[in-house]
Design a protein around this ligand. Structure first.
Ligand code: PEP
Ligand code: MN
Length: 345
Protein backbone atom coordinates (compact mmCIF):
# COMPACT_ATOMS: atom_id res chain seq x y z
CA UNK A 1 0.00 0.00 0.00
CA UNK A 2 1.51 3.36 -0.95
CA UNK A 3 1.54 6.34 1.42
CA UNK A 4 -1.39 8.13 -0.25
CA UNK A 5 -3.74 5.13 -0.17
CA UNK A 6 -2.87 4.34 3.45
CA UNK A 7 -3.72 7.95 4.39
CA UNK A 8 -7.03 7.62 2.53
CA UNK A 9 -7.69 4.39 4.37
CA UNK A 10 -7.04 6.09 7.73
CA UNK A 11 -9.39 8.95 6.79
CA UNK A 12 -12.12 6.46 5.91
CA UNK A 13 -11.62 4.77 9.27
CA UNK A 14 -11.93 8.14 11.04
CA UNK A 15 -15.12 8.91 9.08
CA UNK A 16 -16.56 5.55 10.15
CA UNK A 17 -15.67 6.25 13.79
CA UNK A 18 -17.30 9.72 13.50
CA UNK A 19 -20.47 8.12 12.14
CA UNK A 20 -20.50 5.62 15.01
CA UNK A 21 -19.93 8.43 17.51
CA UNK A 22 -22.79 10.47 16.08
CA UNK A 23 -25.13 7.48 16.26
CA UNK A 24 -24.05 6.82 19.86
CA UNK A 25 -24.53 10.47 20.86
CA UNK A 26 -28.00 10.52 19.27
CA UNK A 27 -28.93 7.31 21.10
CA UNK A 28 -27.55 8.75 24.35
CA UNK A 29 -29.64 11.94 23.86
CA UNK A 30 -32.77 9.83 23.40
CA UNK A 31 -32.12 7.84 26.57
CA UNK A 32 -31.27 11.00 28.56
CA UNK A 33 -34.49 12.65 27.35
CA UNK A 34 -36.49 9.58 28.39
CA UNK A 35 -34.88 9.64 31.85
CA UNK A 36 -35.59 13.36 32.25
CA UNK A 37 -39.21 12.95 31.15
CA UNK A 38 -39.68 10.21 33.73
CA UNK A 39 -38.43 12.40 36.60
CA UNK A 40 -41.11 13.94 38.79
CA UNK A 41 -39.08 17.11 39.46
CA UNK A 42 -36.51 19.30 37.65
CA UNK A 43 -33.75 17.29 35.96
CA UNK A 44 -31.18 17.96 38.65
CA UNK A 45 -28.97 15.07 39.62
CA UNK A 46 -26.31 15.98 42.21
CA UNK A 47 -24.26 12.82 41.72
CA UNK A 48 -24.09 13.30 38.00
CA UNK A 49 -23.18 16.99 38.40
CA UNK A 50 -20.28 16.00 40.59
CA UNK A 51 -19.05 13.42 38.11
CA UNK A 52 -19.26 15.94 35.28
CA UNK A 53 -17.45 18.63 37.28
CA UNK A 54 -14.68 16.19 38.13
CA UNK A 55 -13.93 15.42 34.49
CA UNK A 56 -14.77 18.83 33.12
CA UNK A 57 -11.59 19.12 31.06
CA UNK A 58 -12.03 15.71 29.58
CA UNK A 59 -15.65 16.44 28.79
CA UNK A 60 -15.34 19.82 27.11
CA UNK A 61 -11.95 19.58 25.45
CA UNK A 62 -13.06 17.12 22.77
CA UNK A 63 -16.14 19.25 22.14
CA UNK A 64 -14.10 22.43 21.68
CA UNK A 65 -11.58 20.59 19.52
CA UNK A 66 -14.37 19.27 17.33
CA UNK A 67 -15.84 22.73 16.98
CA UNK A 68 -12.58 24.43 16.15
CA UNK A 69 -11.19 21.91 13.72
CA UNK A 70 -12.33 21.39 10.17
CA UNK A 71 -14.39 18.38 11.25
CA UNK A 72 -16.19 20.44 13.86
CA UNK A 73 -16.83 23.32 11.52
CA UNK A 74 -18.51 20.87 9.18
CA UNK A 75 -20.67 19.26 11.85
CA UNK A 76 -23.59 18.02 9.80
CA UNK A 77 -26.70 20.16 10.26
CA UNK A 78 -28.78 17.48 11.93
CA UNK A 79 -32.56 17.51 12.04
CA UNK A 80 -33.70 19.33 15.14
CA UNK A 81 -35.96 18.03 17.88
CA UNK A 82 -39.52 19.35 17.79
CA UNK A 83 -39.43 22.92 19.13
CA UNK A 84 -41.94 25.67 19.87
CA UNK A 85 -42.76 26.28 16.19
CA UNK A 86 -43.68 23.99 13.28
CA UNK A 87 -40.62 22.13 11.98
CA UNK A 88 -39.10 22.24 8.53
CA UNK A 89 -40.31 25.77 7.80
CA UNK A 90 -38.96 29.27 8.31
CA UNK A 91 -41.26 30.97 10.82
CA UNK A 92 -41.69 34.73 11.13
CA UNK A 93 -42.78 36.04 14.53
CA UNK A 94 -43.59 39.75 14.50
CA UNK A 95 -45.15 42.37 16.72
CA UNK A 96 -44.60 45.35 18.97
CA UNK A 97 -41.93 45.41 21.67
CA UNK A 98 -44.58 46.20 24.29
CA UNK A 99 -48.36 46.09 24.40
CA UNK A 100 -49.60 49.66 24.09
CA UNK A 101 -52.54 51.65 22.77
CA UNK A 102 -51.49 50.96 19.15
CA UNK A 103 -51.79 47.19 19.55
CA UNK A 104 -54.88 46.76 17.37
CA UNK A 105 -53.50 48.71 14.39
CA UNK A 106 -50.20 46.86 14.59
CA UNK A 107 -51.86 43.43 14.76
CA UNK A 108 -54.16 44.26 11.84
CA UNK A 109 -51.07 45.06 9.77
CA UNK A 110 -49.54 41.69 10.68
CA UNK A 111 -52.61 39.81 9.54
CA UNK A 112 -52.67 41.72 6.24
CA UNK A 113 -49.21 40.45 5.29
CA UNK A 114 -49.85 36.87 6.37
CA UNK A 115 -47.99 36.74 9.70
CA UNK A 116 -49.45 34.04 11.96
CA UNK A 117 -47.24 34.37 15.07
CA UNK A 118 -47.44 37.58 17.05
CA UNK A 119 -45.02 38.76 19.73
CA UNK A 120 -45.88 41.51 22.24
CA UNK A 121 -44.47 42.21 25.71
CA UNK A 122 -46.59 42.56 28.85
CA UNK A 123 -43.67 42.59 31.32
CA UNK A 124 -40.71 44.57 30.00
CA UNK A 125 -37.21 44.11 31.43
CA UNK A 126 -35.93 47.72 31.32
CA UNK A 127 -32.55 49.11 32.18
CA UNK A 128 -34.03 51.98 34.22
CA UNK A 129 -36.92 51.84 36.66
CA UNK A 130 -38.49 55.00 35.24
CA UNK A 131 -38.89 53.45 31.77
CA UNK A 132 -42.21 51.83 30.76
CA UNK A 133 -42.37 48.46 32.51
CA UNK A 134 -45.37 47.00 30.66
CA UNK A 135 -48.94 46.65 31.87
CA UNK A 136 -48.52 43.06 33.08
CA UNK A 137 -51.27 40.46 33.12
CA UNK A 138 -54.01 42.89 32.04
CA UNK A 139 -52.05 43.67 28.88
CA UNK A 140 -51.41 39.97 28.26
CA UNK A 141 -55.16 39.25 28.49
CA UNK A 142 -55.81 42.05 26.02
CA UNK A 143 -53.36 40.73 23.43
CA UNK A 144 -54.64 37.15 23.92
CA UNK A 145 -58.21 38.27 23.17
CA UNK A 146 -57.17 40.19 20.09
CA UNK A 147 -54.93 37.35 18.90
CA UNK A 148 -57.87 34.93 19.21
CA UNK A 149 -60.13 37.23 17.21
CA UNK A 150 -57.49 37.43 14.48
CA UNK A 151 -56.52 33.74 14.76
CA UNK A 152 -52.93 34.61 15.60
CA UNK A 153 -50.64 32.56 17.82
CA UNK A 154 -48.98 34.42 20.68
CA UNK A 155 -45.40 34.54 21.97
CA UNK A 156 -44.81 36.66 25.06
CA UNK A 157 -42.14 37.06 27.70
CA UNK A 158 -42.47 36.28 31.38
CA UNK A 159 -39.86 37.77 33.70
CA UNK A 160 -40.70 36.21 37.04
CA UNK A 161 -41.54 32.84 38.50
CA UNK A 162 -44.49 34.40 40.29
CA UNK A 163 -46.24 35.41 37.04
CA UNK A 164 -45.21 32.29 35.12
CA UNK A 165 -48.29 30.08 35.73
CA UNK A 166 -50.84 32.78 34.80
CA UNK A 167 -48.79 33.85 31.77
CA UNK A 168 -48.46 30.27 30.55
CA UNK A 169 -52.23 29.94 30.48
CA UNK A 170 -52.46 32.84 28.06
CA UNK A 171 -49.58 32.34 25.63
CA UNK A 172 -48.88 29.70 22.98
CA UNK A 173 -45.13 30.03 23.50
CA UNK A 174 -43.53 31.57 26.58
CA UNK A 175 -40.41 33.66 26.05
CA UNK A 176 -37.45 33.78 28.40
CA UNK A 177 -35.69 37.07 27.69
CA UNK A 178 -31.97 37.67 27.40
CA UNK A 179 -31.68 39.05 30.91
CA UNK A 180 -33.28 35.92 32.33
CA UNK A 181 -31.46 33.43 30.11
CA UNK A 182 -29.63 32.07 33.16
CA UNK A 183 -32.36 32.63 35.73
CA UNK A 184 -32.36 28.99 36.69
CA UNK A 185 -35.24 29.31 39.14
CA UNK A 186 -37.43 30.66 36.33
CA UNK A 187 -36.23 27.95 33.93
CA UNK A 188 -37.03 25.21 36.47
CA UNK A 189 -40.48 26.68 37.03
CA UNK A 190 -41.17 26.80 33.30
CA UNK A 191 -39.90 23.24 32.88
CA UNK A 192 -42.88 22.16 34.98
CA UNK A 193 -45.58 24.26 33.33
CA UNK A 194 -45.76 22.44 30.00
CA UNK A 195 -45.65 25.43 27.63
CA UNK A 196 -43.12 25.48 24.79
CA UNK A 197 -40.33 27.94 25.57
CA UNK A 198 -38.50 30.41 23.34
CA UNK A 199 -35.14 30.79 25.10
CA UNK A 200 -33.16 33.90 24.23
CA UNK A 201 -29.39 33.90 24.50
CA UNK A 202 -27.97 36.04 27.29
CA UNK A 203 -25.98 39.05 25.98
CA UNK A 204 -22.80 37.56 27.45
CA UNK A 205 -23.58 33.85 27.28
CA UNK A 206 -21.25 31.48 25.49
CA UNK A 207 -22.86 28.86 23.27
CA UNK A 208 -22.08 26.32 25.98
CA UNK A 209 -23.86 28.40 28.66
CA UNK A 210 -26.84 28.94 26.36
CA UNK A 211 -27.15 25.20 25.75
CA UNK A 212 -26.72 24.62 29.48
CA UNK A 213 -29.73 26.86 30.12
CA UNK A 214 -31.70 24.99 27.43
CA UNK A 215 -30.89 21.71 29.19
CA UNK A 216 -33.06 22.86 32.13
CA UNK A 217 -36.05 22.70 29.75
CA UNK A 218 -35.13 20.17 27.06
CA UNK A 219 -36.90 16.86 27.49
CA UNK A 220 -39.60 18.46 29.64
CA UNK A 221 -41.03 21.11 27.30
CA UNK A 222 -40.30 21.88 23.63
CA UNK A 223 -37.50 24.46 23.39
CA UNK A 224 -36.53 26.86 20.62
CA UNK A 225 -33.36 28.92 20.91
CA UNK A 226 -33.31 32.59 19.92
CA UNK A 227 -30.05 34.40 19.12
CA UNK A 228 -30.57 38.10 19.88
CA UNK A 229 -27.08 39.51 19.72
CA UNK A 230 -24.24 39.55 22.19
CA UNK A 231 -22.54 42.53 23.77
CA UNK A 232 -20.12 44.09 21.28
CA UNK A 233 -17.80 47.09 21.34
CA UNK A 234 -19.23 49.25 18.58
CA UNK A 235 -21.82 51.83 19.66
CA UNK A 236 -23.30 51.71 16.13
CA UNK A 237 -25.03 48.51 17.20
CA UNK A 238 -27.17 47.72 20.20
CA UNK A 239 -25.79 44.17 20.07
CA UNK A 240 -23.87 41.99 17.62
CA UNK A 241 -26.11 39.38 16.02
CA UNK A 242 -24.08 36.17 16.17
CA UNK A 243 -25.26 34.12 13.20
CA UNK A 244 -22.44 31.55 13.44
CA UNK A 245 -23.18 31.20 17.16
CA UNK A 246 -26.82 30.47 16.33
CA UNK A 247 -25.83 27.87 13.75
CA UNK A 248 -23.36 26.22 16.09
CA UNK A 249 -25.89 26.09 18.95
CA UNK A 250 -28.40 24.51 16.55
CA UNK A 251 -25.91 21.89 15.42
CA UNK A 252 -24.52 21.07 18.84
CA UNK A 253 -27.82 21.18 20.68
CA UNK A 254 -30.05 19.76 17.95
CA UNK A 255 -32.58 22.45 18.89
CA UNK A 256 -34.75 24.59 16.65
CA UNK A 257 -33.06 28.02 16.47
CA UNK A 258 -34.31 31.42 15.35
CA UNK A 259 -32.82 34.94 15.38
CA UNK A 260 -34.02 38.29 16.66
CA UNK A 261 -32.24 40.90 14.54
CA UNK A 262 -34.26 43.76 16.08
CA UNK A 263 -32.49 43.53 19.44
CA UNK A 264 -29.57 41.83 17.69
CA UNK A 265 -28.65 44.97 15.75
CA UNK A 266 -30.77 47.81 17.12
CA UNK A 267 -30.86 49.21 13.57
CA UNK A 268 -34.23 49.04 11.80
CA UNK A 269 -32.63 49.10 8.33
CA UNK A 270 -30.58 45.98 9.08
CA UNK A 271 -33.44 43.85 10.37
CA UNK A 272 -34.79 42.54 7.04
CA UNK A 273 -31.36 41.67 5.54
CA UNK A 274 -30.49 39.72 8.71
CA UNK A 275 -33.78 37.79 8.51
CA UNK A 276 -32.90 36.80 4.95
CA UNK A 277 -29.36 35.90 6.01
CA UNK A 278 -30.72 33.67 8.79
CA UNK A 279 -32.98 31.89 6.33
CA UNK A 280 -30.15 31.45 3.83
CA UNK A 281 -27.98 29.99 6.59
CA UNK A 282 -30.57 27.29 7.33
CA UNK A 283 -31.90 28.65 10.62
CA UNK A 284 -35.52 28.03 11.57
CA UNK A 285 -37.04 31.50 11.75
CA UNK A 286 -36.87 35.08 12.94
CA UNK A 287 -38.58 37.34 15.41
CA UNK A 288 -38.87 41.04 14.54
CA UNK A 289 -40.32 44.09 16.27
CA UNK A 290 -42.94 46.03 14.30
CA UNK A 291 -45.08 49.01 15.28
CA UNK A 292 -47.81 50.95 13.49
CA UNK A 293 -46.25 54.26 14.70
CA UNK A 294 -42.70 53.51 15.89
CA UNK A 295 -42.18 57.08 17.12
CA UNK A 296 -45.05 56.60 19.58
CA UNK A 297 -43.95 53.18 20.82
CA UNK A 298 -43.37 53.01 24.57
CA UNK A 299 -40.23 50.91 24.10
CA UNK A 300 -37.72 50.18 21.33
CA UNK A 301 -39.47 52.40 18.76
CA UNK A 302 -36.06 53.32 17.32
CA UNK A 303 -35.48 49.88 15.84
CA UNK A 304 -39.08 48.83 15.17
CA UNK A 305 -40.00 48.11 11.56
CA UNK A 306 -42.79 50.21 10.09
CA UNK A 307 -45.73 48.15 8.89
CA UNK A 308 -44.77 48.99 5.27
CA UNK A 309 -41.28 47.59 5.95
CA UNK A 310 -42.80 44.42 7.36
CA UNK A 311 -44.92 44.09 4.22
CA UNK A 312 -41.76 44.40 2.12
CA UNK A 313 -40.01 41.73 4.21
CA UNK A 314 -43.03 39.42 3.93
CA UNK A 315 -42.84 39.83 0.16
CA UNK A 316 -39.12 38.99 0.15
CA UNK A 317 -39.87 35.88 2.18
CA UNK A 318 -42.56 34.94 -0.32
CA UNK A 319 -45.30 35.15 2.31
CA UNK A 320 -47.90 37.51 0.91
CA UNK A 321 -49.17 35.19 -1.78
CA UNK A 322 -49.99 32.74 1.01
CA UNK A 323 -52.20 35.09 2.96
CA UNK A 324 -55.35 33.00 2.46
CA UNK A 325 -54.90 31.08 5.69
CA UNK A 326 -56.88 27.86 5.99
CA UNK A 327 -56.11 26.89 9.57
CA UNK A 328 -54.42 28.42 12.58
CA UNK A 329 -52.31 25.28 12.86
CA UNK A 330 -50.78 25.90 9.46
CA UNK A 331 -49.22 29.32 9.94
CA UNK A 332 -48.92 31.18 6.65
CA UNK A 333 -45.81 32.93 7.94
CA UNK A 334 -44.02 29.63 7.70
CA UNK A 335 -42.15 29.64 4.42
CA UNK A 336 -39.78 26.95 3.16
CA UNK A 337 -36.17 27.44 4.15
CA UNK A 338 -34.25 28.49 1.07
CA UNK A 339 -30.82 28.71 -0.43
CA UNK A 340 -28.78 31.88 -0.52
CA UNK A 341 -29.92 32.40 -4.12
CA UNK A 342 -33.58 32.25 -3.17
CA UNK A 343 -32.96 34.69 -0.36
CA UNK A 344 -31.44 37.16 -2.79
CA UNK A 345 -34.26 36.80 -5.32
C1 PEP B 1 -37.96 41.27 23.80
O1 PEP B 1 -37.92 40.40 22.93
O2 PEP B 1 -38.97 41.92 24.06
C2 PEP B 1 -36.74 41.56 24.59
C3 PEP B 1 -36.78 42.30 25.71
O3 PEP B 1 -35.63 41.04 24.07
P1 PEP B 1 -34.26 40.61 24.79
O4 PEP B 1 -34.65 39.82 26.00
O5 PEP B 1 -33.57 39.82 23.74
O6 PEP B 1 -33.54 41.89 25.12
MN1 MN C 1 -37.85 45.34 22.43
Amino acid sequence: MNERSSRAELRRTIDEIDRDLEALVARRDEIAAELIRAKPSAPYDPEREERIAARDRALWLPLLRRVRTAVGARLAPRPTKPGAFPSGEFVLVAGPCSIDEHLDETLDALVKVGVAWVRAGAWKPRTFPWSFQGDGIAALRRVRDRADQLRLKLVSEVVSEVDAPAACELVDVVQVGARNAQNFALLKRLAGLGKPVLLKRGPACTVEEWLGAAAYLDGRVPVTLCERGVRGFDPCFRNLLDLPGALLARRLGGLQTIVDPSHGTGVAGLVAPMVLAARAAGLDGAMVEVHSSPEESRSDGEHALRTSELAELALQLGMSERSSRSSIDRPVSAVPRGSADEARA
